[in-house]
Design a protein around this ligand. Structure first.
Ligand code: B12
Length: 245
């Protein structure tokens, strides 16, 4: 594989990229010129305006398409690779039963004002996602899904009451970095409420997290877009059982 790459639109390596944004101006000729000026300043040159639509009073949404000169150095790309084996349901249940001899207690919620429960439900509820069942389906997991708009103190109290081995938090709304602030508040609250050896494994998930930020946010792991329940269950086995084997 090449180690230096460029985006591709019409012909390989032509650098074509498409970008969308909204400007706080009504839709007219000048607004379109402003969008092209911004595109040029962002390095899309030459750029074409492919879509412009007024969205409410005094705001216009744009899509621009143009060539960038920037290169991607694949050798310098850093991502969080899966560093644990992906197990089947039977292996997961057996590993927990044999090593812990009790069920793994999991407490999950959407915290803060976030009401986007579809993601955490996909991971925890029996119905699951993409043909995979959620954690409730596994015999050896005991799951409490608290639902939407749970406060951090409510979450900490539930985790203590349930003697949670793991706390799973979903954050979908990223406006004003709410997902980052809420996660930091949550991890700090657990550090304050419980001594190191007694703290549950802290996991956050959502489509717009940077998986590299786990340490910075004070959590053990971040799961992003397209996560499946089996990945989360396998990670929990790796964390809670792996060290005992
Ligand atoms: C459905 C939806 C809603 C529903 C939510 C219903 C519900 N019960 O969840 C309703 C209508 C209530 C809603 C409301 C709002 N929404 Co909305 N909503 C969406 C929408 C269309 C889909 C989200 C979804 O369900 N995805 C499907 C799930 C399965 O995917 P997922 O969440 O990414 O989860 C996966 C992974 O991320 C991961 N994961 C997620 N969480 C966790 C947690 C753990 C522990 C783990 C391991 C993994 C994990 O695993 C999941 C499975 O793979 C998105 C747009 C979009 N297409 O994404 C907007 C979107 C999220 N909403 C948005 C907004 C702005 C709002 C509102 C503020 C709108 C308003 N002005 O009122 C309100 C806020 C309500 C609130 N208080 O939170 C914005 C957020 C923008 C931003 N930058 O933050 C989006 C992106 C739409 C947009 N483009 O503007 N919304």
């Amino acid at each position: 594989m090449k180690s230096v790459i460029r985006p591709y639109g019409d012909t390989t390596g032509d650098g074509m990229a498409q970008v969308s944004f909204t400007l706080p101006v009504p839709h007219d000729k000048k607004a379109e010129g402003a969008a092209l000026q911004l595109a040029a300043k962002m390095g899309l040159e030459p750029a074409m305006l492919v879509h412009a639509k007024q969205i409410g009073d005094g705001f216009t949404f744009f899509v621009v398409y143009g060539s960038v000169r920037h290169l991607v150095e694949l050798d310098k790309v850093q991502v969080v690779e899966r560093d644990f084996p992906l197990l089947g349901a039977k292996e997961i249940n057996t590993a927990i039963r044999q090593s812990l001899r009790r069920k793994v207690s999991v407490v999950g919620a959407c915290i803060g004002t976030d009401a986007h429960t579809v993601g955490i439900d996909a991971i925890l509820n029996v119905k699951g996602i993409a043909g995979e069942k959620g954690l409730e389906y596994y015999r050896e997991f005991k799951v409490l899904n608290m639902g939407a708009q749970i406060t951090v103190p409510e979450l900490v109290a539930a985790a203590k009451a349930e003697k949670a081995d793991a706390v799973l938090v979903s954050q979908v709304v990223t406006q004003k970095d709410a997902h980052l602030h809420n996660t930091r508040e949550m991890s700090a609250a657990f550090r304050e409420a419980l001594p190191a050896g007694k703290r549950p494994v802290l996991i956050v998930g959502g489509p717009r997290f940077d998986e590299m930020m786990a340490d910075e946010l004070g959590v053990d792991r971040i799961f992003g877009r397209g996560t499946t329940p089996r990945e989360v269950a396998s990670y929990l086995v790796h964390r809670l059982v792996g060290s005992k084997n």
